[in-house]
Design a protein around this ligand. Structure first.
Ligand code: GLC
Length: 574
């Protein structure tokens, strides 16, 4: 290969379509989740086949070749079950039925099988902390009297004062506001209160109740029997509550919080693991565990509990070599004793898109810090997001990609207020801009909305409006541009899939300046990310495999990542 040809390949300008290296069948690795690339699909916003402005399963099926060509191993579908969509589907009315807006159970089964034939496993989202207020169990509980068996599956409680008007605790909802709503009977008389750690449409289940335990183990089997290869567990650390309902202490010690990370929760996941382990086809349990204490976090990953959990600490870090290095070190050190793989992710359907976040003065992520009108340099953000994509894709462990990040979509921050749907907006009195901005339907093709999200000839408006600036970010436009974010992702995932050094888990930091992250994987793979404003020299005696930005004379420019293969592994030279 001449130098020019090699250079042409670096930014994705390759004559060989990455699909040539894409899988034809799922890997037979019995521990496939340890290094899988998992693509998160927010069904409502992925692709709309029937033209009603809402994404659907038929839309996903029509785009499976796109996912195959991207080079992923699995898809994770956010909830697609029957739901009033009070919280984007995280309010489930029937865990065994697909919402008619998305399709049918038969279509879901067909999708799981078709994806599998293309080498893509399916992970479904199970929401065990709460159900929809339209779930039959909750409707029955509302009709039943205080103290009834129907109510005992939830947290119904009288008010604290004589007239029952003061709510049982002052706990604050994860969406802001109160965690209790008072019931009113058919005659309009106020009665007991019920607990909801999220919105009032999401009553919390009582996990001390055997019906609840049985029901969810059965739901797991239902989806495993239909070919699901894994379960993403929503709000996985919140299920168990202290039944004495104390207030939240000022500084709760480990296991002291009345509704977060209680010790009894692990017993539930041991039961789930036992269910998963009955299948010959390996099933993975993935926890959504938001915990600051990494030692408590990895307790969920002990060998008889979950297989992996989202590494939110990494996601939340600012664009800083020191902060990311510390997070990587802490995650690796904490995961090692339980022999679980670390996971790496830059975003999901709950957080600000990386392109926007990395373009800000404070590029860390915190729900509490989300504000409208934060000055943002999108060019800088996109540049850093490219560098972050390569950094993240070369770390040992599994990788999550949220739909649209591979296109470099930005957070849509000027959605008309009347179109916003996220309960966080209303419950915060409009202070929190909510999560709709990262959930806007994907742009596939064309130069005007709906950008191929819905059929061009007949369609309702997309459920959230797409910005006109996305005409440059459509899949179609990026396919035709070898320097696009999509081309970078496809090339990176193809290398990740085929490079023997990335197949293992070996990882070694290389000496570098403070604003640089440099590491070796296996014998010969080197990744360098330059966080400084100046240039950084690439390694000697190495072939450049891929770079997020063009190198100048072998130097990596500011805010970029390069991947190299050493000609001679260290120690093997003369
Ligand atoms: C999880 C989901 C989020 C949802 C919440 C309540 O955090 O990711 O979207 O709102 O749980 O179910």
């Amino acid at each position: 290969m001449t130098a020019v040809e090699r250079d042409d390949r670096l930014l994705g300008r390759t004559a060989t379509a990455p699909s040539a290296t894409s899988p034809a069948a799922v890997t037979e690795d019995p521990r496939w989740w340890r290094r899988a690339v998992i693509y998160e699909i927010y069904v409502r916003s992925f692709a709309d086949a029937n033209g009603d402005g809402t994404g659907d399963i038929a839309g996903v099926r029509s785009r499976l070749p796109y996912l195959r060509d991207l080079g992923i191993d699995a898809v994770w579908f956010t909830p697609w079950y029957a739901s009033p969509l009070a919280d984007g589907g995280y309010d489930v009315a029937d865990y065994r039925a697909i919402d008619p807006a998305f399709g049918t159970l038969a279509e879901a089964e067909a999708l799981i099988a078709e994806a599998r034939a293309l080498g893509i496993r399916t992970i479904v989202d199970v929401v065990p902390n709460h159900v929809s207020s339209q779930h039959p169990w909750f409707l029955a509980a509302l009709r039943a009297p205080a103290g009834s068996p129907e109510r005992s599956r939830f947290w119904f409680h009288p008010g604290r004062d004589e007239h029952g008007e003061a709510m049982p605790t002052d706990w604050v909802s994860n969406f802001g506001g109160a965690t209790w709503t008072r019931t009113v009977d058919a005659a309009g008389r106020p009665g007991e209160w019920y607990l909801h750690l999220f919105a009032e449409d999401q009553p919390d289940l009582n996990w001390n109740h055997p019906d609840v335990r049985r029901e969810f183990e059965d739901i797991l089997r239902f989806w495993f029997d239909r070919g699901a290869a894994g379960i993403r567990i929503d709000s996985a650390a919140l299920l168990v509550k202290d039944a004495s309902l104390p207030e939240v202490p000022d500084k709760p010690g480990p296991g002291d919080h009345p509704s977060v990370d209680r010790d009894e929760i692990h017993d539930i996941y041991r039961g789930w693991r036992a269910v998963a382990d009955t299948y010959a086809d390996p099933k993975a349990l993935v926890g959504e565990v938001w915990l600051a204490d990494v030692d408590r976090f990895v307790r969920y990953l002990r060998p008889d509990e979950l297989h992996t959990a989202f590494n939110f600490d990494f996601l939340a870090q600012p664009w800083s070599a020191a902060a990311l290095r510390l997070s990587i070190d802490q995650a690796r050190a904490a995961h090692a004793p339980v022999d679980a793989p670390a996971t790496w992710l830059l975003s999901n359907h709950d957080v600000t898109r990386p392109v926007t976040r990395y373009g800000r003065g404070d590029s860390s992520f915190r729900f509490a810090a989300k504000r409208r009108g934060t000055p943002t340099d999108l060019d800088l953000g996109r540049r850093r997001a490219r560098a972050a994509a390569l950094l993240t894709a070369s770390l040992p462990g599994s990788l999550y990609i949220y739909q649209g990040d591979e296109l470099g979509l930005d957070e849509v921050e000027n959605l008309p207020p009347e179109r916003l749907q996220d309960p966080m907006v209303v419950r915060s009195g409009g202070v929190d801009p909510g999560r709709d901005g990262c959930r806007v339907p994907l742009p596939w093709s064309g130069s005007a909305p709906p950008f191929g999200f819905s059929p061009q000839d007949r369609h309702a408006d997309p459920w959230l409006p797409q910005p006109s600036s996305w005409s440059a970010l459509t899949v179609e436009a990026q396919r035709a541009d070898d320097t696009s974010m999509l081309a970078l992702y496809r090339r990176a995932l193809a290398i990740r899939r085929t490079d023997p050094d990335l197949a293992g888990e070996a990882f070694t930091w290389l000496p570098s300046g403070p604003d640089v992250l440099a590491f070796r994987r296996g014998h010969r793979f080197v990744s360098i990310t330059n966080f400084s404003a100046g240039e950084v020299r690439g390694p000697e005696g190495a072939e450049l495999l891929l770079a997020s930005h063009e190198l100048r004379d072998g130097h990596l420019p500011a805010d970029s990542t390069g991947w190299w293969r050493l000609y001679d592994p260290p120690g093997d030279g003369p």
